[in-house]
Write a protein that binds this ligand. Structure first.
Ligand code: NAD
Length: 478
């Protein structure tokens, strides 16, 4: 299946836009150019905005049942095109084909779950303190949405926003990552082929700061949803403030993993390696700071090392590979910087530590031990295949160290103690905590962060709520 022709979706038409500008899409496994992506002009963005308002006024008036029928049909189209979309996701992003299939399966589940949940947006009748009066609180779609998403999960990052917004009755204009555009376009094609009215979904590309500046300067969007880094999230929130646009911010993390002496050490080592190198560590909820209790430190490290050494790296289209390249060449220097800084601060390099293969942006699965908390990799989000480990002695100490960063996205613990698990649930400053697994999200559970990791949720009923506005009315009767 060839990589598709890349187009934008504006006002119901698949188009190259009018800017005459474009950029190449690069395959990270071999550095080749696989596509050419058109950029939107300011006039194209204005057309997208106007059509999102027009589309909103059509879509919000349809019943949730008729909206669900369109979304269900789109889910069927995605299933019919499953293998092609998965392969192109791997081509543009690099992750192993098995991970692309899982990601697309989750994206389809998200679409179906939200389509159904859109039928269950209830209001409430509030008993009045006055006779013959009724108070009513209704939930209405908030309005046209603007969204920007990162490249690391081209299907689910896009679908979390698109499915929630559409199921709530909103229209949405999304700018997916320019590095991984084909997956979002495939989602758009499934929706338009399913009969989504024109303007309800717009897909645009361009120079990111120029696109966001233009879209958020308009009075049309009523909601901004962003998945990406903390600095860009803060910048977009400032732009949104000028038009009082409400925001959902799904930002970076630096997730602690606390491995206690009373856990199943072998199971923990296996899970940690599988989780750490998933998508080459380019996951916002990736386990990234491994704190191992003194008494089991050496045993855990030996088991973890075996697992890291067994990771098979290569082109993600090879079914036998379990880690692909980094998304782009620029990430290699960043990984090099983390490793050399950690080693110069006293860490010991146990596995990997440098790029591998001359072609493509491959970095070796890397394990570091005795990494001081002051090393950059313990304070800055690594977003790559490096596992830094350190020791701890007591529960109180590891809680303090886990909570010491401005991030608060995910956290993990391995322990056989119900008391330890109970204390962590209370004390760990993270939007999501998993004990004895690395499982922190399903389509029906709330996904979101605390502190600088952002606010608002995607997933679960919370992920629908962010696209709804509450309206109150009263009425005297009788
Ligand atoms: P980034 O913030 O630089 O870019 C993310 C996306 O936003 C990209 O598509 C980019 O093109 C776009 N973007 C960048 N600047 C923009 C601007 N001024 N206006 C509009 N769009 C803009 O982040 P990155 O380093 O490319 O991606 C990784 C980051 O995303 C990590 O910090 C990761 O943790 C975070 N992330 C968070 C979640 C979550 O759900 N919390 C999920 C995935 C990724």
């Amino acid at each position: 299946m060839p990589y598709p022709d890349l187009k934008m979706l504006i006002a119901g038409e698949w188009t190259d836009g009018s800017s005459g500008k474009s950029e190449p899409v690069i395959c990270p496994a071999d550095g080749s150019t696989i596509g050419t992506l058109p950029h939107a002009s300011p006039a194209d963005l204005d057309a997208a905005l106007q059509s999102s308002l027009d589309g909103f006024n059509v879509w919000r008036k349809m019943t949730p049942h008729s909206r669900q029928a369109v979304l269900e049909k789109a889910a069927c189209h995605l299933e019919d095109r499953f293998e092609d979309i998965s392969a192109n996701l791997t081509r543009e992003m690099g992750k192993p084909i098995g991970e692309s299939r899982i990601e697309l399966r989750v994206a389809i589940d998200l679409l179906r779950w939200y389509a159904e949940e859109g039928k269950r947006v209830y209001g409430r009748i509030i008993p009045s303190r006055f006779p013959n009066m009724q108070h009513e609180a209704r939930k209405e779609p908030v309005g046209p949405v603007v969204a920007f998403v990162a490249w690391n999960f081209p299907a689910t990052n896009t679908m979390r926003k698109v499915a929630g917004a559409l199921a709530a009755g909103c229209s949405i204009t999304i700018k997916p990552s320019e590095e991984t555009p084909a997956t979002a376009i495939a989602i758009g094609r499934a929706l338009t082929d399913a009969g989504l009215p024109a303007g309800v979904l717009n897909i645009v590309f361009g120079v990111p700061p120029e696109v966001s500046e233009h879209l958020l300067a308009s009075p049309i969007p009523r909601k901004l949803s962003f998945t990406g880094s903390v600095p860009v999230g803060i910048h977009l929130q400032q732009l949104a403030a000028r038009n009082m646009i409400r925001c959902t911010m799904e930002l970076g993390g630096h997730s602690p993993v606390m491995v206690f002496e009373d856990c199943d050490i072998e199971a923990a080592a296996k899970l940690c390696a599988a989780g750490k190198f998933r998508n080459a560590g380019q996951v916002c909820i990736s386990p990234t700071r491994f704190f191992v209790q003194d008494s089991i430190h050496d045993r855990f490290l030996a088991l973890f090392k075996e697992q890291v050494e067994a990771v098979k790296v290569g082109d993600g289209l090879d079914e036998a590979v379990n880690m692909g390249p980094l998304v782009a060449e620029r990430r290699i220097d960043i990984m090099d910087g983390f490793v050399s800084d950690a080693v110069s601060n006293g860490a010991e390099l146990l596995v990997g530590g440098s790029r591998i293969q001359s072609e493509g942006s491959f970095f070796a699965p890397t394990l570091l031990q005795e990494v001081p908390d002051t090393a950059r990799i313990m304070t800055e989000e690594p977003f790559g295949p490096i596992a830094p480990t350190a020791r701890f002695s007591s529960l109180e100490e590891v809680i303090d160290r886990a909570n010491s960063l401005p991030f608060g996205l995910a956290a993990y613990a391995f322990t056989g103690s119900a008391r330890t698990a109970g204390v962590l649930k209370q004390e760990i400053e993270a939007g999501m905590l998993a004990v004895n697994s690395l499982h922190v999200h399903s389509v029906e559970t709330p996904f979101g962060g605390l502190k600088f990791s952002g606010y608002g949720h995607e997933g679960g009923i919370e992920g629908l709520e962010v696209f709804l506005a509450t309206r109150y009315s009263s009425e005297i009767y009788g």
